[in-house]
Design a binder for this molecule. Structure first.
Ligand code: DX5
Ligand code: ZN
Length: 218
């Protein structure tokens, strides 16, 4: 199983988003992870569908859109139209996450469900037919650059056991670095979001070195 690296633009230079996307693609990133925050579900605000749409022409890489907004349902179509390829919603983000997942699929996009660090994997077994991805948070969402929560490794193993042979990605988000990437991959993760650890340095050459270091650590 090849592990994908998904640079998180939360750690990029927002004033140069287009150039940052091109740089991280040239540097070997696999997916672009885009954090949408509303200042209500999480204590921070980032960007909306118009910004995602403006980013779309600057890279061919899939857009992995992580919605940290409540409610999410009124905005699913807008993010699909803006060019999202994967849209993930939090299990804690509303009473009807199963419905949100169905809507995302009906929009022709891959559907992901996100588990906060304090959320149990229980209930996931009832969503397996509706999802293409499980996003396991390894920090409490809202900010880049936080410390990795080690208990997540055991959680990933549980998620992997539930998924079995189904073609469902397991993605990890928060504090991913060369210190834990190998551990996460061995536990069953196949998509690693990395903000700080990819964008540190600030140049395309740095991004290439940082992405390669993550791959080498697997
Ligand atoms: C946190 C976001 C992450 C963030 C990860 O709420 O969901 O995607 O960008 O950043 P790092 O890799 O710096 O922990
Ligand atoms: Zn994220």
């Amino acid at each position: 199983m090849t592990v994908k690296i998904a640079p998180s633009v939360l750690s990029s230079d927002f004033a140069r988003l287009g150039a940052e996307l091109a740089a991280v693609e040239a540097a070997g990133g696999d997916w672009i992870h885009i954090d949408i925050m509303d200042g209500h579900f999480v204590p921070n605000i980032t960007f909306g569908p118009a910004v995602v749409k403006a980013m779309r022409p600057h890279t061919k890489l899939p857009f992995d859109v992580h919605l940290m907004i409540e409610p999410a349902d009124p905005f699913l179509a807008a993010f699909a139209d803006a060019g999202a390829d994967v849209i993930s919603v939090h299990k804690e983000g509303g009473a009807h996450v199963h419905r949100s997942l169905q809507v995302i699929r009906s929009l022709g996009k891959k559907a992901g469900v996100v588990l906060n660090p304090g959320t149990d994997v229980g209930g996931l077994e009832y969503m397996l037919d509706e999802i293409d991805l499980v996003l396991v948070m390894s920090v409490n969402p809202g900010f880049g650059g936080q410390a990795f929560i080690p208990a997540v490794v055991e959680k990933v193993k549980k998620v992997k056991a539930l998924i079995g042979d189904r073609p469902i990605h397991i993605e990890i988000d928060g504090g991913v670095s060369t210190a834990n990437a190998g551990l996460l991959a061995r536990a069953g993760a196949d998509v690693l979001v990395a903000g700080t650890s990819v964008f540190k340095g600030g140049t395309e050459a740095d991004y290439r070195r940082n992405i390669q270091a993550l791959r080498d650590s697997l």
